[in-house]
Design a protein around this ligand. Structure first.
Ligand SMILES: Cc1cc2nc3c(=O)[nH]c(=O)nc-3n(C[C@H](O)[C@H](O)[C@H](O)COP(=O)(O)OP(=O)(O)OC[C@H]3O[C@@H](n4cnc5c(N)ncnc54)[C@H](O)[C@@H]3O)c2cc1C
Length: 389
């Protein structure tokens, strides 16, 4: 049967890695999977275990304390972990694809020494702060200011929706040093920085929590500068890597729900027959399997793509994210339907997969923004989204 990453030829080494991650997950993460799914806090228990087993920093160079692997290796890890504990796949994301990846790409040696050991050990979380009340999809309209003042940078502004913000020790904050896209860069702000205040946590529909971040004459050392003015292009390249992890989780949770529903359809009897004997149910599985496999191929292609800087290219990544977000959410939702009230119940994890996959259609580049990006390749033109341009 499909559904074990066989749509694409894995090397023997990759298969061995997948088996070792699965063994680890079954041993350490199977128990507590439901509890973790309903706990809004970052699962530091899983993160520490993964740190000890080398699953954080898979994509980071060995000189930085990583494993020197590829994004594809980390995608394999996300899939294998998610098939046992869907929530723990967030830890693989955080340790390989999220702001840690942008950080490791552009940080100074001193910054790496300060933050990477804690992040790679699973003792610390880092949160990406790009979105603002007035700057969502139009990220370049961000207003949070960074101003150089002697040996310090003064940050003023507000950030919203940042994943892991209630638990993070350090924030990677997009700031504006000057006008236009060229004025954008990024600074690292530690949780206890003077002038940083965290609002009370709000909850997304998927159960995740986030805090509004208020920077009020927040002062950090110039040593915390990650990217100065002109850094936006680098930040967005880092974001393409983030999108691979987002796609991988959406796909993995769709697959997880699919497998659960398949098992249910083989056993559950109504009208004197197993559910899988009804054509209406069979067709759901045919649709789910086709969409999931197609999305998986696009994800694998994107993971192997490279732009001029050697990072995953924007077009393949946008297409993979759109396909994985849609297929993952479709499969989770249909699986929940197949499982009836059992799937809709909070004891099944099917409803959790529906909620989680829904959020990724908005986060990290919404489906609509991805379509805009794909259309630019189709027409070989850039289309400004701004009025009057
Ligand atoms: C689960 C989750 C996690 C997140 N994590 C983070 C995080 O860690 N850090 C962070 O900084 N932010 C985070 N975000 C915020 C996320 O980046 C934004 O929600 C996203 O960029 C969209 O911005 P918005 O919500 O303000 O919607 P808006 O930009 O206001 O858009 C509203 C709707 O209009 C559509 N739209 C907007 N512009 C266009 C256009 N040009 N063409 C067609 N349609 C358009 C959008 O697709 C959307 O459907 C997260 C969001 C979610 C849901």
């Amino acid at each position: 049967m499909w559904i074990s990453s066989m749509a694409y030829e894995l090397t023997e080494e990759q298969r061995a890695f997948a088996r070792s991650v699965r063994r680890f997950a079954e041993k350490h993460l199977a128990q507590g999977a439901l509890k973790r799914a309903h706990d809004p806090a970052f699962p530091f228990d899983a993160a520490r275990l993964m740190g000890q087993n080398g699953f954080l920093g898979i994509t980071l160079p060995e000189r930085d304390g990583g494993q020197g692997g590829t994004p594809f290796d980390a995608i394999i890890a996300i899939d294998e972990v998610a098939q046992v504990c869907p929530r723990s796949a967030d830890v693989i994301q955080a340790g390989n694809f999220g702001p840690i990846r942008t950080f490791a790409e552009y940080a100074t040696e001193e910054q790496k020494q300060r933050f990477l050991p804690g992040l790679l050990a699973g003792d610390m979380a880092i949160s990406l702060c790009m979105s603002e009340p007035e700057a969502g999809s139009a990220a370049t309209e961000l207003k949070t200011q960074g101003e150089f003042d002697g040996e310090e940078i003064v940050v003023n502004g507000t950030k919203v929706f940042s994943t892991h913000s209630p638990d993070a020790s350090v924030f990677l904050v997009y700031v504006r040093f000057g006008p236009g896209i060229r004025g954008i860069g990024a600074v690292l702000v530690e949780r206890d920085a003077r002038g940083l205040e965290l609002g009370s946590p709000s909850s997304f529909m998927n159960g995740e929590q986030w805090c509004q971040l208020y920077f009020n004459k927040c002062r950090v050392s110039k040593k915390n500068l990650l990217l100065g003015p002109g850094g936006f292009k680098n930040l967005i390249s880092g974001f393409n890597v983030e999108r691979l992890g987002n796609s991988a989780r959406a796909l993995a949770l769709g697959k997880f729900a699919f497998k659960m529903a398949r098992q249910h359809a083989l056993i559950r009897r109504q009208f004197g027959r197993e559910l899988c004997e009804f054509q209406g149910i069979q067709w759901k599985f045919a649709d789910m399997a086709t969409k999931l496999e197609a999305a998986e191929l696009l994800l694998y292609r994107a993971a192997h793509s490279k732009d001029a800087d050697g990072l995953p290219d924007g077009y393949s990544t946008a297409m993979a994210k759109m396909a994985c977000n849609e297929a993952g959410h479709f499969a989770a939702n249909e699986s929940m339907q197949v499982m009836g009230a059992t799937g809709f119940s909070q004891e099944s994890l099917a409803e959790y997969c529906v909620r989680r996959t829904r959020g990724w259609m908005i986060a990290g580049g919404s489906i609509e923004i991805l379509k805009n990006r794909i259309a630019e390749n189709v027409f070989e033109r850039r289309f400004s989204q701004r009025s009057g341009t």
